[in-house]
Design a protein around this ligand. Sequence first.
Ligand SMILES: *[C@@H]1O[C@H](CO)[C@@H](O)[C@H](O)[C@H]1NC(C)=O
Ligand SMILES: *[C@@H]1O[C@H](CO)[C@@H](O)[C@H](O)[C@H]1NC(C)=O
Length: 367
Amino acid sequence: MIGFGMKTRLAIIYCACVLFSLFGACSNVELKMNDIESMNPYVLCSSIPKYIKKGTNLKCSMEKQKLTNVYRGIRVAAKECRYQFQMRPWNCSAAFESAPRITYYPIPETAFLYAINSAGIAYSLAWACYEGKTKDCMCEKQKSVNITTETLLKHQANQKSPEQPHIMEDRKCAKHSLQYGIEESMQLLENKHENDIRWRMDNHNKQAGRLALIDGPINKNRVCSCHGVSGACTISKCTLKLPKFGDVSDYLMEKYKSAVRMGSNNHGHLIPHRDTLNKKPTENDLVYLQESPSFCSKDKKYGILGTKDRVCDPKSKGPQGCDVLCCNRGSEKIVEVEKRQCKCKFKYCCEVKCQTCEKRVELDVCK
Ligand SMILES: *[C@@H]1O[C@H](CO)[C@@H](O)[C@H](O)[C@H]1NC(C)=O
Ligand SMILES: *[C@@H]1O[C@H](CO)[C@@H](O)[C@H](O)[C@H]1NC(C)=O
């Protein structure tokens, strides 16, 4: 009962926030997602957070179509960040701020923000290319290949190597689109004006974010089916699609959890920090320079509010559990009246009328 209540509320909070963010309430500028196409480029541009734009080629004078795609990428990145961190002490509520204080610090959360934004921009541009919605990328979708008995037999006869014959569909387009998105994101987010250690960290994380599109969940998007005489898998026909952005963000979340702390050598280059036991990060790993604050209590320096009154799960031992989320301060039960639309009826034509239902839910919140 309690668990159900909490999940419902979380779902509602999350939905409300997604809705609000779609309609601009969580953003510094009023924007409707479906209105983007008709937005003034300067409004679009000013709603791209400053910490992402700083020093890069993301300029308000950019071509409108590209700006629109960048904006969409940042929106999808912010949404995913909030989703991934919704039950953690730092819940990514800063994602829509223009210059969140935490990005002043080279901590793992900052690493994640740079990576997910860079991935979001690459993804949005790749998607535009894949869907034929951008002028400067030509993407040829291959026609579906029919597998006939004839082709099967031919393959069987020719099969000298032990390798299984493959028919790849759509390969050109998905691959090309991802490449396009990654290259564009790289070019747009390039910062030529700085070269200190923090810049190296950001650069690394931006690239790790983009690479997550191809090194992370790509294999999940290879959908194969077997074809062959009497059930033998003589030919496997595979279709390569764009990954889902949710899979990209899951992958980056794992990278956040295993982020590698770095330090700098005499030349100002990144080297593994002494505490990381010389674990060398790969280009897919996230890197940071300073440990995070606990996020437990209010801290002006980092612009964080602390976890007092946050809803937690008393049964979980993970980050969302009351022990961890409330930082051992304990939790208390509260009863909330939840209002929601219900008994909705469709009226001809075209209106939906709903009643408001109230429900009492018991929640655990941090002291
Ligand atoms: C594949 O088969 C379907 C139905 O059997 C047919 O309509 C279609 O034209 C074929 N496509 C090709 C490329 O041969
Ligand atoms: C995120 O955390 C802040 C500070 O702890 C809190 O005020 C806010 O309600 C949280 N947001 C969500 C969606 O849980």
